[in-house]
Design a protein around this ligand. Structure first.
Ligand code: NAI
Length: 314
């Protein structure tokens, strides 16, 4: 037991902790000594209604087994009230897990503004509001751990989920910037794309899959990333089914063309194979040095005239 990761004296806010993954995180952190704010609006999976019962049940479960937890029923767009619950009850906020989420699946053709807006509200504005409210405390104490939640739908796209995909990939850019801005205050920020059986996946996964892909198999990654001993920041993780793997950008060889009036669509088409040549990829952690590239490009001879070349003639 002396070897366990512990979080004694720390305060964790888990949004959407009334069920699924959030509940698993909340129960875990409480079992390892943390004070936990169990936030949940208690609405339906598609963002309708609300009630206190979901958060209350989780708090009850935690306190009955000797843990410390309080409930908060705010919508995540009210991030300030959620963080205030942590400060009022426990005097600090160390770990924020932006986990709350809903789905409004519908084909792009049939999408209504309400489906788009509600998804942006919960996933994008909600994560922003909670992190924004926690940030000054984390900076001041020079300590913080933020874990945001993306999705395979965001990383790869997913039929009928363009609203959710857009919102979920936003969490990658959001996290990468927070990681950069937080580093010098020891605020480490990471983003996970989890897979687990829950009421959100109940519509897309068969029951036998739902049952074995447990939220508990996502918890160890979140535990490691949230721990004081972690040095990981700005990383994307795919996690579920017992595997944890980092994801990253990959850049192809690319086509380099002299940048002058000979750089025509036709000239580019001639080198189209290089644009997508992933045989010797690089894995950049930042943008290319475009001034350096331009210097190399200008050393090349003029591109041969090929104005009328199209994809078929290539
Ligand atoms: P879940 O539906 O069991 O949990 C989400 C919780 O968030 C619910 O308890 C819900 O009441 C709460 N919630 C929804 N809107 C809220 C709001 N505005 N304010 C406060 N609480 C709110 O679903 P699950 O699967 O545990 O999802 C957790 C997170 O993981 C979500 O962000 C989801 O998009 C993400 N995710 C889950 C995957 C999975 O395989 N389960 C796959 C990829 C991403």
């Amino acid at each position: 037991a002396g070897q366990q990761l512990r979080y004694d004296g720390q305060t964790v806010v888990v949004t959407g902790a009334g069920g699924g993954l959030g509940k698993a995180y909340a129960v875990f952190f409480a079992s390892r000594g943390a004070n936990v704010v169990v936030n949940d609006l208690g609405g339906s999976f598609n963002g309708l209604g609300g009630s206190s019962s979901m958060a209350d049940l989780v708090v009850k479960e935690i306190t009955q087994s000797g843990g410390k937890a309080v409930a908060n029923y705010d919508d995540v767009v009210n991030g300030e009230s959620i963080i205030k619950t942590a400060i009022d009850n426990f005097g600090r906020i160390d770990i924020l897990i932006n986990n709350a989420g809903i789905l409004r699946d519908i084909s792009f053709k049939n999408m209504k503004d309400q489906d788009w807006d509600l998804i942006m509200k919960v996933h994008v504005i909600g994560a922003y509001k909670c992190a924004r409210a926690a940030w000054p405390y984390m900076r001041k104490q020079k300590y913080g751990r933020v874990i945001n939640t993306s999705s395979a739908a965001g990383l790869f796209g997913s039929f009928g989920q363009c609203n959710y995909s857009a919102a979920k990939l936003s969490q990658v850019g959001f996290t990468e910037t927070l990681a950069k801005e937080g580093r010098k205050y020891n605020i480490l920020c990471n983003v996970i794309a989890p897979i687990a059986g829950s009421r959100l996946t109940a519509t897309v996964m068969p029951p036998e899959v739902l049952e074995v892909l447990k939220p508990e198999y996502v918890v160890p990654l979140v535990a490691v990333l949230a721990h004081t001993s972690s040095d990981e920041s700005g990383a994307i993780f795919e996690v579920g089914g017992g595997r944890v793997a980092k994801m990253r950008w990959e850049r192809a060889k690319g086509a380099l063309l002299r940048a002058d009036d000979s750089f025509t669509p036709g000239a580019l088409l001639k080198k189209w194979a290089d644009v997508g040549d992933f045989s010797k990829p690089s894995h950049p952690e930042g943008p290319a040095n475009f001034m350096e590239l331009l210097e190399d490009a200008q050393k090349l001879p003029k591109n041969p005239p090929s104005e009328d070349l199209d994809f078929k003639d290539r």
